[in-house]
Design a binder for this molecule. Sequence first.
Ligand SMILES: NC(=O)c1ccc[n+]([C@@H]2O[C@H](COP(=O)([O-])OP(=O)(O)OC[C@H]3O[C@@H](n4cnc5c(N)ncnc54)[C@H](O)[C@@H]3O)[C@@H](O)[C@H]2O)c1
Length: 258
Amino acid sequence: MNNTIQRTAVLTGATSDRGIGITTARRYASHGWAVVILDLDGEKSAKVATDIGNEFNVPAYGHEIDVASEESVNAAYRAVAAEVRSGNLPPVGALANIAGITSPVAFLETTLELWNKVMAVNSTGTYLVTKAFLPDMIASGWGRIVNMSSVSAQRGGGVFGKVPYSAAKAAILGFTKALAREIGSTGVTVNAITPGAVDTNIRVGSTDEQEAAINAGIPVGRNASTEEIAAVITFLSSEESAYLTGTTIDINGGSHIH
Ligand SMILES: NC(=O)c1ccc[n+]([C@@H]2O[C@H](COP(=O)([O-])OP(=O)(O)OC[C@H]3O[C@@H](n4cnc5c(N)ncnc54)[C@H](O)[C@@H]3O)[C@@H](O)[C@H]2O)c1
């Protein structure tokens, strides 16, 4: 699983203190990957990257990105590409599209603005960032793209996020499958993961009752740790995963068995 030919893993949504992204970035680095941290706050992204780079002795770089903005995504891509060209980072080998937001608003109370925002960050963001970073991976003949969906896409919510979140995360599954098919011969794989409840800050504002109801629906009886999600993302980025493409890997403690 070690990144023997040194490559860079680019992660979006990887500065949240208890988030999946930061844990995944640390895991990539622990396997010898250089890491790029892209998140809304550029300073925080740079700091997280520096800390991880120092801890694991790998090249690391952070830059701001709003994954919902084409302009911002392209600016982040250009900054990363310049780091690669100047030799500060090895070529980009993996992209983990982790940035996301959820929303617990009941359907009839949703607004078009909320719908658009949830779709923009989760699904359009995955589209824009992939479109920016994919050409270099294809040119190098090797790449791994891992897209963050959710069990909510498969079972119609039931964790915390409601209709817009389920729809946005379901779009990511179709995106993943169609892109995997289209670029299958290029050496770049495209896969999705569908975590159930993970112990992070994303459900800030949820009540104890809501959390108890979530755990009651999980045969394993608890949330996933961020490490358990990161392990699957880094496996899907490894050499050994070359024959997995277009798949969806469930990481849900049995909360959705199908
Ligand atoms: N925690 C869960 O239970 C769970 C379950 C399934 C899927 N997921 C998904 O995993 C991903 C990470 O979730 P988390 O629980 O670590 O959440 P989190 O809220 O801790 O982290 C989300 C990160 O995305 C970033 N982000 C938000 N909007 C952005 C934008 N427009 N541009 C760039 N970055 C942006 C945030 O700044 C943050 O760092 C999300 O896509 C989420 O939907 C989470």
